[in-house]
Design a protein around this ligand. Structure first.
Ligand code: ADP
Ligand code: ZN
Ligand code: ZN
Length: 723
C-alpha cells in the first residue's frame, strides 16, 4: 500500500510514502500526516492511496505519524483545493494548506470550540432510577444528566464536585463532551422594507437555495446591494445554513462589518489580517463545526471550511483585490463560483461596475442578472461634470473652477472628497539644470518624493533614501518635484481652506482599523470636512454627507497599455463618483481631464453597463478574455539575458495545442524590480480547454528546463494584468 501525499514544496507532483510501520486498514484522503522530507519532518496531506509507485518501493520512506483520524477538510473543500491546484497549475502541496488554519498547517490538533461538558454514556443512560444507590451525589448527577448534557461550568455552580464527575467517568457512566453552540440563528434587527427591485433580486436568489446558481447583482452605487445580501443571508441562517461573504477589503470597511453584526442574532466573524494565529485557529475550527453563522473575509477566506454552507456572496466582484497576484495566483471570485458548484449552493456576485467577464456570462445566460437601478433610501445618483484642464494654470494639480466648487460646497455645510491616486508629495524629483531624476537603483521606476516624513521612497521595492539637498549629478540647487501627490494637494488645500478640517486618506495615514473608524465617526457628525485620498476611498464606503467628489487626474489611466485599462478606469471613476450624494442632498462629480471628448469620459453620463458592448467588441477583436483565454509564464532572474533565455527554451521545447498563440518572451512592463529582471511568455488560446492543454505542456517544459537556482518562474492563469 502506498500513500500519495501533497507535501509543501514548490514541486508540481505528489510524493509517495509507505504507511506507518504498524499500519492496518485504509486511509481517508485529506488526513494530515507527518512525513520525512529531505532532512526535515513536515506536515503533508494524503491525497490518495495507491497500490504501486513509480519509485522503487524499497526506497520509499514511511509516514512517521497519522495526525487525524478523520480529515479536517470537508469533502467539498478538499475537492475545491484540488481543483484550484489543477486549474491554476500550482503545486498541490502549496495549495492544500490554504484550507487549514495556521496551527493546523503546523500539525497541531484541531482546536475544540464548544464548551466543555459532560454527558451520559449508554451505560449511564441505562441506570435504574436512584442508582448508584450507595453514592447519592453521583445518583443526583446521573439524574441531572438524564435530562441532557450539561456544561462543566454549570455543574460546578450547581455544586457537583470534580470528584463526583470523575467517579462517573471512571465507571464509564459519563463522558466528557463538547457542547454545541446554540444554532437557533435569528435576525435581530428587522430588515429594511425592500423596494421592488431589491425584492425581485432576493426572491430570485431564494427561489432555489439548494442548488448551484450564480446571480449577478448589478446595482448602482448606494442602491442597497448590502440589504439584498442581508435578507438572503437571513433566510440562509433560518434554514440553519452558513453564509460566506467575501469583501475586497475588510480592515477599512468597519461599517460593513457592523451592519452584519447588528442584523443577526448569530455568530458573525470577520477574518482579517490583524488576527493572531490562535484566534484564526479558533474561528477556523468553529466555522468547520458549524458554530459560526456568517464568515466575512477577504480573498483567502474563500477556502475557509464550512460544514453547512448555504450562500456565498462576493461583494464588489470586479475588484482587483480578489486576484492574488503573486505566489499562488488565483481569483477568489472565480474560486467562489467553483465552490458554489461543488457545495451546491447559490453564489451572489454584487457590483455597481461588474467585470466584463461576469457581464458576459450573464449575457450568455450562465448567470442570472438582477438590476438595482435606483439609489435606495433618500439618495439620488450624482451628476458628472468634466473640467477641461488643457492649457490651464493648476495649483497643486487643481484648477480654479474646482477650487471654487470645493469652497462653495464646504461653506454650504457639506463634505467633499478629492480623489488622487498618487501617494506622496510628488511623483519624482527632477534636476532643473541637468535633467537628473530620482530613479530607484533597484527598479525601473522613480522614487516618490515624500514630505512627511521627508525623503525619497520607492513604492515598488520600499527602498527609502534621504532627500538630496542638491543634484547628485551637477550639484545644482534647482530640484523640482513633478507629478502632484496627495501630500502636496493636502498641504495646498489646508492653506486654502484653513477654516475647515482637511484629512488625508491613503495607505500612509490609514494604517489600521482604528484610523478608518476614527475617520468615519468624524464624518458621521455631518460637519463640513475636506478629504483627500487615494483609491482607498473608492471602496464600498457609505459617507452620507459627501456631496462633492472631485477627481484630480482622470487621464493617468486613460491610455494604459494593459487590456483592462479602460475597464478599470471606468470602474474607478464610477466607484469614486458613487461616494457622492448618497443621502438627501444630491451629489456632483467633477472630473479634471485633458480629454473631455474621449468616449470613456463621455460615457460617465450614461449607466455603466452601456459601455460594455464596445469594450467587449475590442476584446473580441483582440481575442482577449472574456472571449479567449489567457495565461502567462512569468520569470524572475538575476540578469535580463538569463530570464529571456530560459523562456525561449521553454517555448521551443513545448508543443502548444492548436488554437494557441505564444507571445514573447518579452520583458515585463516594469522590466526590473527589486533588482530582479522580469520577463514573460503570454499564452493566448481560443478557449480555456485549449489554454489548459498548452499551459500543461509549457509548465512541464519549464520544470525540465535547466536553470540557475537564482531564477524563479510562476504561472498565472486568467491574469488580471497581462503586462
Ligand atoms: P450598496 O451596497 O448598493 O452601495 P448600501 O447597501 O450601502 O448600498 O445602501 C445605501 C443606503 O441605502 C444605506 O444607508 C442603506 O441603509 C439604505 N437602504 C438600502 N436599502 C434600503 C431600503 N429598502 N429602504 C431604505 N433604505 C435602504
Ligand atoms: Zn543636475
Ligand atoms: Zn525600487
Amino acid at each position: 500500500m502506498i500513500w500519495r501525499c501533497a507535501v509543501p514544496s514548490p514541486l508540481r507532483r505528489h510524493f509517495d510514502y509507505r504507511p506507518p510501520a504498524d499500519w492496518q486498514g485504509t486511509v481517508k484522503p485529506g488526513v494530515r500526516v507527518s512525513v520525512p522530507f529531505g532532512k526535515r519532518a513536515v506536515t503533508a496531506v494524503v491525497v490518495s492511496a495507491a497500490t504501486e509507485s513509480e519509485i522503487d518501493e524499497t526506497k520509499l520512506r514511511h509516514v512517521t505519524a497519522l495526525l487525524d483520524t478523520a480529515p479536517l477538510y470537508t469533502e467539498a473543500q478538499l475537492a475545491l483545493l484540488r481543483w484550484a491546484a489543477d486549474y491554476y497549475q500550482h503545486p498541490a502541496g502549496e495549495v492544500l494548506p490554504l484550507g487549514l488554519s495556521p496551527g493546523e498547517r503546523r500539525g497541531k490538533t484541531e482546536r475544540t470550540v464548544g464548551e466543555p461538558g459532560l454527558s451520559l454514556t449508554t451505560r449511564g443512560q441505562g441506570l435504574p432510577e436512584g442508582a448508584p444507590h450507595r453514592a447519592p451525589k453521583q445518583a443526583a448527577l446521573v439524574f441531572k444528566l438524564k435530562q441532557g448534557p450539561a456544561s462543566l461550568q454549570a455543574l460546578a455552580t450547581e455544586g457537583f464536585s470534580r470528584n463526583v464527575i470523575k467517579a462517573l467517568i471512571d465507571h464509564d457512566l459519563a463522558t466528557s463532551c463538547e457542547l454545541k453552540a446554540d444554532q437557533n440563528w435569528r435576525t435581530q434587527t428587522p430588515p429594511l422594507p425592500a423596494n421592488a427591485e431589491q425584492y425581485a433580486a432576493i426572491d430570485a436568489i431564494l427561489a432555489q437555495t439548494a442548488t448551484f446558481a450564480v446571480h449577478l447583482l448589478y446595482g448602482v452605487t448606494g442602491s442597497g446591494k448590502t440589504e439584498v445580501y442581508l435578507q438572503s443571508i437571513a433566510d440562509c441562517l433560518e434554514r440553519g445554513q452558513q453564509a460566506l461573504v467575501l469583501l475586497p477589503e475588510i480592515a477599512l470597511t468597519p461599517q460593513t462589518m457592523a451592519r452584519f453584526e447588528a442584523r443577526f442574532d448569530a455568530p458573525v466573524v470577520a477574518l482579517h489580517s490583524g488576527m493572531g494565529d490562535a484566534e484564526r485557529d479558533r474561528v477556523w475550527a468553529a466555522a468547520r463545526r458549524g458554530s459560526v453563522a456568517v464568515v466575512l473575509g477577504t480573498r483567502s477566506a474563500v477556502f475557509v471550511p464550512l460544514c453547512r454552507p448555504g450562500l456565498i456572496v462576493v461583494d464588489e466582484e470586479h475588484d482587483a483585490a480578489f486576484v492574488q497576484q503573486d505566489g499562488f495566483r488565483y481569483s477568489a471570485r472565480d474560486v467562489a463560483i467553483k465552490r458554489g458548484q461543488l457545495e451546491q449552493c447559490p453564489v451572489v456576485l454584487g457590483s455597481a461596475t461588474p467585470s466584463l467577464e461576469s457581464w458576459h456570462n450573464a449575457e450568455l445566460g450562465r448567470y442570472q442578472r438582477h438590476a438595482l437601478t435606483q439609489r435606495a433610501g433618500t439618495g439620488t445618483l450624482p451628476r458628472h461634470h468634466r473640467i477641461d484642464i488643457s492649457g490651464l494654470d493648476l495649483s497643486a494639480g487643481l484648477s480654479q473652477e474646482l477650487l471654487n466648487r470645493i469652497g462653495d460646497t464646504l461653506r454650504d455645510g457639506h463634505q467633499v472628497l478629492v480623489f488622487l491616486n498618487r501617494r506622496g508629495f510628488a511623483n519624482a524629483l527632477l534636476c532643473h539644470d541637468c535633467g537628473w531624476s530620482s530613479d530607484c537603483t533597484d527598479c525601473d521606476a522613480r522614487m516618490t518624493l515624500h514630505k512627511t516624513p521627508p525623503g525619497l521612497h520607492c513604492h515598488h521595492c520600499d527602498r527609502r533614501s534621504a532627500l538630496p539637498r542638491q543634484c547628485p549629478n551637477c550639484q545644482s540647487q534647482r530640484l523640482v518635484g513633478t507629478g502632484v501627490g496627495t501630500q502636496q494637494t493636502e498641504a495646498f488645500l489646508t492653506e486654502q481652506f484653513a477654516d475647515f478640517p482637511v484629512i488625508r486618506v491613503d495607505s500612509d495615514t490609514m494604517t489600521g482599523r482604528a484610523s478608518m473608524s476614527g475617520l468615519i465617526s468624524r464624518l458621521d457628525s455631518g460637519d463640513p470636512v475636506l478629504m483627500i485620498g487615494t483609491q482607498m476611498l473608492s471602496k464600498g464606503h457609505h459617507f452620507p454627507h459627501v456631496t462633492l467628489v472631485a477627481v484630480v487626474d482622470a487621464d493617468a489611466l486613460l491610455f494604459s497599455p494593459d487590456f483592462r485599462g479602460e475597464e478599470r478606469l471606468l470602474q474607478l471613476l464610477t466607484q469614486v463618483g458613487g461616494r457622492a450624494g448618497r443621502d438627501k442632498t444630491p451629489g456632483e462629480v467633477l472630473i479634471q481631464t485633458r480629454h473631455p471628448e474621449h468616449p470613456l469620459m463621455q460615457q460617465l453620463d450614461r449607466p455603466y453597463h452601456t459601455a460594455l458592448p464596445a469594450l467587449l467588441s475590442h476584446r473580441v477583436q483582440a481575442g482577449l478574455p472574456p472571449l479567449g483565454a489567457l495565461g502567462v509564464i512569468r520569470c524572475d532572474s538575476q540578469s535580463r539575458r538569463e530570464g529571456l533565455d530560459f523562456l525561449h527554451q521553454v517555448k521551443n521545447s513545448a508543443v502548444a495545442a492548436a488554437g494557441t498563440q505564444i507571445i514573447g518572451p518579452v520583458p515585463a512592463a516594469m522590466a526590473r524590480r527589486k533588482n530582479r529582471y522580469r520577463s514573460q511568455l503570454v499564452i493566448s488560446a481560443k478557449n480555456r480547454a485549449v489554454l489548459a492543454a498548452s499551459m500543461e505542456t509549457l509548465v512541464s517544459a519549464a520544470e525540465s528546463t535547466r536553470r540557475s537556482r537564482h531564477l524563479s518562474w510562476s504561472v498565472d492563469i486568467d491574469p488580471y494584468e497581462s503586462l
